[in-house]
Every structure is written in C-alpha cells, then in structure tokens.
Ligand binder design. Structure first.
Ligand code: URA
Length: 461
C-alpha cells in the first residue's frame, strides 16, 4: 500500500501533483491509501516512493479538473480515493465522464454539486456584525460550512469588501482581511463572534450590491430564502424595495460599468508606474503587495505579456525574473528572440496569492480582475506601440484580446488587431513548469515551435 497524506485537505494543487505522479508510475487505486493530514493513515502503508518503471503520460480533461476542484473540498474522507479512481480510469476511458450512470462518475458529480451549493450558501448567508477593536471598526461573521470551502470563498469576500476590515470565523479556520492582506487564523468557536449588532449596515449594503436586478427571479429567491425566514433576516426588509426598483437599478449598473474609468489615459510609462502603485480598483490592488511595472525598451517592436507577477517578481518588483521567467528567457534565446529588445509586462500588475504558512500560493486572477487592469496594459500598448505582442497563457491573452481564448486552438497563428498590432499566443511558461514526463517534453516542443513561429514573423516585420 502506498500512503499519501494531503497535509492541507483542500489543497487541490497538492492532490493533483501527487495523483499525476502516482498515475504516471502506474500505482493502481487499490494500492494507494489517501489521508487528510489527520494522522489517520493506514498503519501498513508505506510512503509514496519514486518508481523506476517508465512513467506514463497522464491525461485529465478540463471537465474532470473542474469537477475535481470542487469535489476535493467535500468533507467526505473518501473523496480523495474517489478522485484518484476516476483519474486512473480516465486514462483508458477518456469518455468516462459522459457515462452519468457510472457509480464513480455519479458520486463525483454529487460531491461537486454539494460543494458548489455550500459555496453559494456561504456567499449568500454570511452575516457580518460590527465590532470595534483598537484599530477601529471591524466586521465579524460566524459561519459553519458543511465542506472545506472557506479558503475557496475568501477571494469572493475580499472582492466584495475590499475596503472594509472583516473576519469570518469558522470551526475549521478563520479568515481576516485588514483592507490590505488576507490572513488565516486558527479554528474559532461560535462564542468568538459577536451575536448582536447595532447597525447591520455592512450586511445590508452587501445585500443591496449582490442583488442583481438583471437576474431578478422572484420564484428562485423564495426557494433560496423561504419567506418564513424573512422576518429574522435584516436584509429581507429590503426585498420589496429592491424588487420595485429593479429596472431603475439595472440601468444605473450599466451606466456605472460604462464609466468605470473616466480619467484620461496615462501619457507616460512613468505615469503608469505611479498609477499602478496606487491602484485599488480591484481586490488584488488592495492586498498590500508591490505593483510590478513592465520593463524594456520604450520603442520595442515586440511586447511580451504574461499573467501577473509571481512571488519572486513581486519581491524584486520586476516582471518574469523567477522560475517562469528563466524558462522563458531560455526558450526565447533558443528561438533567436532577444528579450532585451522586447518590452515585458503582465496583464495584471499585482500578485494575487493565498498565504499558506510562510508560502504565498499563486492564484489565477479572475476575468473581471484582468478586465479592470486592462486600463494599464492598454496604456502600455498605446505608449510602446509594439508591432507584435506575444501573449503567454490565457490570462495574458485575455488582457490583450478582451476575451479568454482557447490557447490550444489559437496558438501559433497571427491574430491581427484593430490597432494594427499582431497578437501571437502561446502557453504560459509556468504551465510548462508544472508538467512532467512525456507531457512535459511535448509541451516544451510546442512552446519552442510557437516561439520559432514568432521569430519568423518578427524577421518579416
Ligand atoms: N508569471 C507571469 O505571468 N508573469 C511574471 O512576471 C512572472 C510569472
């Protein structure tokens, strides 16, 4: 028996890398004992070791990854083994997920659904109470999720209440936002949270802002929040007014969206550097990290756009200087593209992460965050006026194109843009760093091909 202990039970990336390694080594599901970092490991199991046999390529569809990302948050201790069994079976049955009658598939779907429902419930039913501490007002909520969804939902609350100081206490852990950074604390008890609140203002404001008039469906609202509970919910007092004003509010929301950035576009790279340092237009900008400005020639013919600075980039306040940057430099050099002559930047200017002990784990920015930060990327584009732009990965591409393309479908083609530039897509080097075995070799070769295509295009422009 091979023992695999997941020290953080909701750490999908850790599960994924263990599972990939085990499948690649040919470790059958019944030979693997998964545990949750709770010391419940099988006494007769041995720690996972590196096998000497030829590793096999590991395949996992996006649909599986999406289901697995939710299902791993389920409280059921059997979920890790189930996930592994499905991943294992997918290697020989790539269409397995289409078989809804399959027991494993049905179980996986059920777990993922229950988790998604719990995620939604937490977003809808967290109730903040106002307290005053030595730094002023803080909003505190007690919530008991059924599944391990607290960290997953943290971003949602940071985005909602970026400018407030708040804590969400749960029986598993606590989340604290101080307006700049998200910190994790230990498990809490119900008594740690205040039970009475003088104002409920934050909650009422939250409710007003999450009440999307464009999606008003009274029947659904009643199902989600049955009328018999309304009398106990402060926000329910707002429902009649909100319904009555729905259409007016919808028009106002459209108008606000259109005028999100009314200031004039920046007129110099220096202005952009100063602007991003102060930018608080999304939650990432509020997390207290260094903004990372693009760097390179002001008249570069080639612009390279990544996703967002990573841990090393944030510390050094320079783009692509960590492991992904080193891989990129090597590959550009091999393709004959001179990084020094290019302008290198990111779609998002701050580092989005979740703290895990001393580590800061990268988190992918949302489409909304990329769209907000496009203001700065567009400014760099307008000032540098590159002829060709290399987009690394889907986030970089979204920053440039305003839509999230399929990198697989659109990579290696010249995409002509309205401003006369040509965008060239390829994978993100961090993606290559996560691969191993045959997939790693194959993807490195594709990356090299894409960069060779870019070099050919540059020599013709
Ligand atoms: N990944 C990116 O997308 N950008 C960087 O600057 C570093 C890593």
């Amino acid at each position: 028996m091979i023992a695999v202990d997941l020290s953080e039970p909701d750490d999908f990336e850790a599960w994924r890398s263990e599972a990939r390694r085990l499948v690649a080594q040919g470790a059958a599901p019944d030979a693997v004992a998964w545990t949750d970092g709770d010391g419940s490991a099988d006494l007769f199991a041995v720690p996972a070791a590196v096998s000497r046999s030829e590793p096999r390529e590991v395949r996992a569809s996006r649909a599986f990854m999406d289901l697995a990302r939710s299902a791993i948050l389920h409280a059921d201790a059997g979920r890790l083994a189930l996930l592994y069994r499905v991943l294992w079976r997918l290697q020989d049955q790539p269409r397995l997920l289409d078989d809804a009658a399959d027991r494993d598939v049905a179980a996986l779907e059920r777990l993922a659904k229950q988790v998604r429902r719990d995620i939604h419930k937490m977003r809808a039913f967290v109730r903040f109470r106002s307290v005053t501490d030595e730094d002023g007002e803080r909003f505190v909520a007690w919530f008991e999720p059924e599944h391990r969804i607290e960290r997953y939902n943290a971003d949602f609350f940071v985005n909602r209440f970026a400018s407030q100081r708040w804590s969400i206490l749960t029986p598993r852990l606590s989340l604290h936002w101080d307006g700049m950074a998200l910190l994790e604390g230990p498990a809490a008890a119900r008594g740690d949270a205040p039970s009475e609140d003088a104002t409920e203002e934050l909650w009422l404001e939250y409710y007003r802002s999450t009440f999307n008039p464009a999606r008003l469906k009274v029947g659904m609202m009643v199902k989600e929040m049955p009328r018999r509970y309304w009398k106990n919910l402060p926000e329910a007092r707002q429902i009649p007014d909100l319904i009555a004003g729905a259409h007016k509010r919808e028009a106002a929301m459209i108008a606000t969206g259109a005028s999100l950035f009314e200031d004039a576009p920046p007129t110099s790279l220096k202005a952009i550097a100063e602007g991003i340092a102060q930018c608080r237009r999304c939650a990432i900008g509020c997390n207290g990290t260094n903004a990372v400005m693009g760097e390179g020639s002001r008249h570069a013919g080639l612009m390279i756009v990544g996703e967002q600075p990573g841990d090393t980039e944030e510390r050094e306040a320079r783009p692509f200087v960590g492991p992904a940057g080193q891989l990129l430099d090597r590959a550009l050099g091999e393709a004959g593209v001179d990084r020094e002559a290019a302008y290198v930047t990111n779609a998002v200017k701050h580092f989005k992460f979740v703290p895990r002990g001393k580590r800061r784990l990268h988190q992918t920015p949302t489409a909304g965050e990329i769209d907000i930060c496009r203001w700065w990327l567009d400014g760099e584009r307008a000032l540098v006026k590159p002829k060709v732009i290399l987009a690394l990965g889907a986030s970089g591409a979204r920053g440039l194109l305003g839509r999230t393309p399929s990198i697989n479908k659109e990579r290696g083609h010249a995409l002509a843009q309205a401003d006369g530039t040509t965008v060239w897509l390829t994978a993100h080097p961090s993606y290559l760093l996560r691969l191993d075995g045959e997939a790693r070799e194959r993807e490195h070769a594709r990356f090299a091909d894409d960069l060779a295509g870019l070099a050919r295009m540059l020599s013709n422009t």
